[in-house]
Ligand binder design. Structure first.
Ligand code: ZN
Length: 352
């Protein structure tokens, strides 16, 4: 191991010495009551040099699993042996977080505002600040998300696999499902990749919930990526090896009519072509419509709200070459998360 020493690290005008940690309060805006609104940024600066990893959550203010993932990561004892720097932002969209909302007060989606501008809308200004003060000092990034409100995602990584370093991070994270997703305009992911910062998105669970079955793999995943990047020493009791499968495509099955929706299949389960996925019925008569799967695959996302309108996205199905093997991996992965017990101290049990 090299004896090289890290240099001091500067974020948003605050200098952090090697081996120290701090919280930088980044002024985001003011509420109209004159109350200043900050984005707290945790910086753990290792004694030894290495990558600068950004881990951020709640860029959509109601997506909470990542907030808890970051809280647990910051308590991990091996951060004492960190090489490089961990920049952890539990809540990027502080406005949305306060209002339990995905959006900003002007109804904009912060994750469509990047790279932003100094003189634009509130969203553009926040995006500009975050990009310039935080993202630009990082070398790698993990963006933590959940499904939208009333929508659950099975733990999965989304990444632009055309970039080799990104694909390696996606692999290292260690969840079985990887979706090769195109970069959407205005996202943090797009602006990071455009600036040669490899970035992956972890999508797991539903907005406004804490889900242990999504939080635990998220904590493990971030630590796996940190080990892969050489920021942490190898684990003494390594997690079971997960060989992720990359979906060749994915599609949404939508509601064919308005009504009351009952799903018949669970998240992460294998779906066969022509399988009954659910039913939409009328609460006032016996009318009922079956929802039939147009393809085989794995159910990676699902609507949880029984009240649906025509056209609403209900089932997200990812398609794989070897769907049987992926289904098996999913089963093993889920069992392992449930049985392996807490990875960090003070974790609640996984309630059925
Ligand atoms: Zn999101």
């Amino acid at each position: 191991m090299s004896n090289e020493k890290a240099q001091p690290f500067t974020l948003a005008g605050t200098q952090i010495m090697p081996g120290k940690r701090t919280i930088v309060e980044m002024p985001a805006a003011q509420l109209y009551t004159n109350t200043p609104l900050n984005i707290p940024v945790h910086v753990v600066h290792g004694k030894k040099p290495g990558p600068v990893l950004l881990v951020c959550a709640a860029i959509h203010g109601d997506e909470l699993n990542g907030v808890e993932i970051i809280r647990r990561i910051l308590q991990v004892a091996s951060l004492r042996n960190l090489s490089g720097t961990l920049v952890a932002v539990p809540v990027v969209n502080v406005f949305g977080f306060i209002h339990k909302s995905r959006y900003l007060p002007d109804r904009r989606d912060l994750n469509r505002c990047f790279p932003g501008s100094e003189t634009g809308s509130l969203g553009a200004r926040m995006a500009y600040l975050f990009k310039n003060q935080v993202l630009d000092v990082c070398t790698h990034a993990i963006d933590l998300h959940t499904g939208a409100i009333y929508r659950s995602n099975v733990p999965q990584i989304r990444a632009n696999l055309a970039s080799e370093a990104t694909a390696e991070m996606a692999q290292a994270f260690g969840v079985p499902l990887v979706l090769n997703s195109v970069l959407r305009d205005g996202t943090l992911r797009e602006v990071a990749e455009a600036n040669n910062i490899p970035v992956i998105t972890y999508e797991a669970g539903e907005a406004l919930r804490f889900e242990e079955s999504c939080i635990r793999p998220g904590v493990r995943g971030v630590l796996n990526v940190m080990r892969h990047l050489g920021m942490l020493p190898p684990s003494k009791k390594p997690n079971p090896k997960v060989e992720p499968s990359v979906a060749r495509s994915s599609m949404w099955v939508r509601a064919e009519n308005d009504g009351v929706f009952r799903p018949m299949v669970g998240l992460g389960h294998r779906i066969k072509e022509n399988q009954l996925l659910g039913r939409i019925s009328s609460p006032f008569n016996s009318d009922e419509v079956d929802l039939i799967s147009p393809c085989a695959g794995i159910l990676v996302g699902r609507n949880n709200l029984p009240l649906v309108n025509e056209g609403e996205a209900l089932f997200h199905i990812a398609r794989f070459e070897e769907v049987k093997e992926v289904a098996l991996q999913m089963k093993e992965f889920t069992a392992n998360i449930t049985e392996s017990g807490p990875a960090t101290e003070g974790e609640p049990p996984i309630a059925p």
